[in-house]
Design a protein around this ligand. Structure first.
Ligand code: ADP
Length: 361
């Protein structure tokens, strides 16, 4: 019988050495999981500590080794760190955590969509991605935490106010998504000037008072930057993974790097980068044109070892439908851009599952 790709990968990883321990990474038990699917290999490596320099060499060696296997088109190395306390018997006996508690609600995966600056398409991506998850059959929630400029209500065409019995606030269901936004509570004419404590209070309400119920995934649209809201949220809920949205221009890219650093410090796994408006897709000919010249996103992602998970075109229909309150992925699921969102949702779900697996191993 032919050797499976997983076995071949494991066998070859047995040749990758840890200089520190003078042994290969398989016998050291660092290879926690390998999955192979249509030429893509996802591999989880566990490190003893956060020493970037030592880890980087092993990651690169593993990546290069796996890339050499005939038929392999993509290699994705996910890293995790061994925590001392986890080895105690108590911790070992703890049941595997399957859901995140958001207030009294149970949600399996929480995905935060972040960006260094506004206007890069973060909310557009959060909404369309949520629709894509729903179309793949996952019960999906969408939380608009961009309290400074909530744009989700307009993007999904919500004008009404949520119902409340004074204790719990009900979500507004649109396109099969359970949604909540601070934009449902305040009106456009009277923007609130949010201060630190108010931000905490608003975030608490959206997490604890909202009846989200049980769900497979919650997509959170974070405000741009690295301010109070992101930190409050990260302290409050255990975010399973984050996505960073950028555009090909340099200025946005620098902010992305800042964003990545913040997430690293707070231990939120970064699942990858989405480059939005990478090119213009001519609606008549379907031809692609680069709007901003050659992108620098790839350089940054390689330098920090984050994957660019998708390149989205500048598409007039996407913008038009967002402005009208109809997410394109919902309205025209077989549109080229909708297909990108559906593929992205599949990749992300896979990554979220791997991250959870790495945490419970
Ligand atoms: P952010 O949440 O980062 O501030 P938005 O998602 O609100 O950004 O997008 C800003 C504007 O750009 C919106 O008008 C939106 O419709 C438009 N937009 C976003 N992504 C695209 C795209 N790929 N093609 C065309 N227009 C886009």
């Amino acid at each position: 019988m032919a050797e499976t790709l997983e076995n071949k990968a494991l066998h070859l990883l047995g040749q990758v050495m840890s200089e520190e321990f003078g042994q290969n990474i398989v016998s050291l038990g660092m290879v926690k999981n390998i999955t192979a699917n249509e030429g893509q290999i996802d591999c989880i490596l566990e490190f003893k500590d956060l020493d970037q320099r030592k880890n980087e060499k092993i990651i690169n060696d593993a990546k290069n080794t796996l890339n050499e296997i005939p038929g392999v088109t993509k290699v994705n190395i996910i890293t995790t760190h061994h925590r001392q306390n986890d080895s105690t018997q108590d911790q070992k006996n703890r049941p595997i955590e399957k859901t995140h508690n958001v207030g009294t609600n149970e949600i399996k995966y929480i995905l935060a969509v972040a960006s260094g600056k506004g206007g890069v398409g973060k909310s557009t991506i959060a909404v369309n991605l949520a629709c894509a998850f729903k179309q793949l059959g996952y019960k999906t929630c969408l939380l608009d935490a961009d309290i400074y400029g909530p744009s989700i209500p307009k993007m999904i065409g919500v004008q009404e106010k949520p119902l409340s019995d004074g204790k719990k606030i009900e979500t507004i269901d649109r396109y099969g998504l359970s949604t909540m936004s601070m934009g449902y509570m305040v009106n456009d004419e009277n923007p609130i000037i949010w201060r630190g404590l108010m931000v905490m209070k608003a975030i608490n309400e959206m997490i604890e008072k909202v009846n989200w119920g049980k769900a497979d995934i919650m997509v959170i649209d974070l405000p741009p930057g690295t301010g109070d809201v992101q930190l409050s949220l990260i302290q409050k809920i255990k975010i399973s993974g984050s996505l960073i949205v950028t555009t090909p221009q340099d200025i946005a890219l620098i902010d992305v790097v800042r964003g990545l650093k913040m997430f690293e410090k707070t231990q939120v796994p970064i699942l990858g980068i989405i480059e939005n408006m990478s090119y213009f897709l001519a609606p008549d000919t379907g031809k692609e044109y680069k709007l901003y010249g050659e992108s620098k996103t790839k350089d940054v992602s390689e330098k920090y070892d984050y994957e660019v998970l998708a390149n989205l075109p500048h598409d007039p229909l996407l913008m038009d439908q967002c402005d009208k309150g109809h997410p394109l992925t919902e309205l025209v699921p077989d549109h080229k851009v909708s297909q990108i969102f559906l593929d992205l949702a599949e990749i992300l779900m896979k990554k979220l599952k791997l991250e959870q697996l790495a945490k419970t191993n």
